[in-house]
Design a protein around this ligand. Structure first.
Ligand code: PLP
Length: 455
């Protein structure tokens, strides 16, 4: 920013505005992007309103069209969460039943607090220094041993990258493998942030409908693959459906992807997003993807199973048999850095490395699932009983998810419309909430159901 100059100084579409008063420079702005650095708050407010008014074709906006679109389309969870905050202010915390956010409501296990104390109290020299981008070698080694044991496949420390949560892992991988216009398949219903992660790196989202009961439809995925398809993202246990894919389904998917990779003359990567892998019920286990498909990358975090989403710690493992492995791994390690993460948080790496196999009590969520299923089932809601994660994805009574969410909101029960997950006609209930919220919501669920079914 040039300060105190007489006129805007512009190169191409980027203008630098002098601190010369809103009225003077407003008429001179022709470009779409503005860098503003005035200390005059009146001018700044005027600029913000002016930008908002001019958000039409040919006008200009402060943020890119891609981000505007993402803000408009991907913010259902946030919108409902913010509505919840307003309602809580108005009616009081105890009178609002907020199921909008997948924020674990159980404190981390004692082992976590113990390890955290240990590492913060031990003054290890260099503990706060830069480290290899992929993470501490000893941490990667411990995780590789855990993965080799639980996934029943040989994984070395060199196949592991420590990341800023599962979200950081997905972004590092997509940045590495996508050329502009490459397609990535997602299975609806899906975690809506995948859209942003894919377009962040120039990719295009291909949405494929899930099969019966939100199972994988290998047939639907196969039909959607073409020569531009670079990857398929799966997520099991699934957010928002709670579905866990079977061994048989993952086997079928793997054989189909092997065949399609051969036909395309290049790998179709399978990205398995597994932050809920340890949150499964009724004795189910989640099949290993990395043991079944050569061109696979698995990614996870401790956000949900250790209840530490704010700590941003996770990892990814690349199948050592993946095509062009050296470049793939080198690219991911570099992208982890250049996305600005640099490396995963240092102390958290050390803490979680010693907590393989430790997790919050799954019975805590199972009891909530069972009680909610009982309440909703008795009322008459239609849903597939979740097998894992902490979400329920019922059919919207009357078929319109927006109407259902609005009717529930009238009863101060906050849920998220299925269209926020690429699947209108359903709505999501995140049941990682207190028992008070579950019990207190029963009347509202009932009233909304009667009202919506009578239409
Ligand atoms: N993937 C899915 C399916 C999720 O539901 C979430 C968070 O809710 C994430 C990824 C991001 O997890 P993390 O906090 O580990 O980045």
């Amino acid at each position: 920013m040039e300060r105190g100059g007489g006129f805007p100084r512009g190169t191409g579409s980027l203008f630098f505005l002098p601190d010369a008063g809103f009225t003077l420079w407003k008429s001179l702005i022709k470009g779409r992007f503005i860098s503003y650095n005035s200390t005059n708050l009146n001018d700044f407010s005027a600029l913000v309103s002016f930008c908002a008014r001019e958000r039409e074709p040919g006008g200009f906006v402060a943020v890119s069209e891609r981000v505007i679109k993402a803000m408009e389309s991907s913010s259902w969870i946030r919108k409902m969460f913010e509505t919840g905050s307003l309602l809580k202010e108005k009616f009081g915390n105890d009178n609002v039943f907020d199921f909008s956010l997948g924020n674990p409501n159980i404190e981390p296990p004692d082992e976590f607090e113990k390890k955290l104390k240990e590492y913060t109290q031990a003054a290890v020299p260099g503990m706060h220094a830069y480290m290899p981008n992929a993470g501490y070698p000893d941490v990667r080694e411990k995780i590789a041993r855990w993965v080799s044991r639980t996934e029943k496949t040989e994984i070395a420390s060199g196949n592991i990258v420590m990341t800023c949560g599962a979200a950081g892992a997905m972004n590092a991988v997509l940045k590495t493998i996508l050329n502009p216009g490459d397609k990535v398949i997602v299975i609806a219903p899906y975690f809506a942030e995948y859209d942003a992660y894919i377009t962040n790196h120039g990719g295009e989202v291909t949405r494929v409908a899930a099969g019966e009961g939100f199972d994988l439809s290998v047939e639907n995925i196969e039909k959607a693959i073409d020569s531009k398809t670079q990857a398929v993202i799966i997520n099991s246990p699934n957010n928002p459906s709670g579905r866990v894919y079977s061994d048989e389904r993952i086997d079928q998917l793997s054989s189909m992807l092997e065949r399609k990779s051969r036909e395309n003359g290049k790998a179709v990567y399978l990205l398995s997003d597994e932050p809920y892998k340890k949150i499964v019920y009724d004795g189910l286990t989640v099949p290993s993807v990395i043991a079944r498909y050569r061109n696979s990358i698995i990614m996870t975090s401790y956000s949900k199973d250790l209840s530490i989403p704010g700590e941003r710690i996770g990892w990814l493992a690349v199948n050592p048999g993946a095509e062009d492995y050296d470049n793939l791994m080198g690219g991911i390690i570099m992208c982890n850095r250049i996305l600005g993460y640099v490396n995963a948080p240092a102390i958290m790496q050390k803490v979680v490395a010693d907590l393989q196999g430790v997790s919050v009590d799954m019975d805590f969520y199972k009891r909530k699932r069972d009680r909610l299923c009982e309440i909703l089932g008795n009322i008459g809601y239609g849903f597939a009983k979740p097998e894992g994660a902490f979400y329920l994805f019922p059919k919207a009574p009357g078929g319109d998810d927006l109407a259902a969410v609005a009717a529930l909101q009238e009863e101060r029960v906050l849920t998220v419309p299925g269209r926020g997950f690429g699947t209108p006609g359903y709505f999501r209930i995140a049941y990682c909430v207190s028992d008070r919220v579950i019990e207190g919501s029963a009347k509202g669920f009932e009233k909304a159901f009667r009202q919506l079914s009578a239409k």
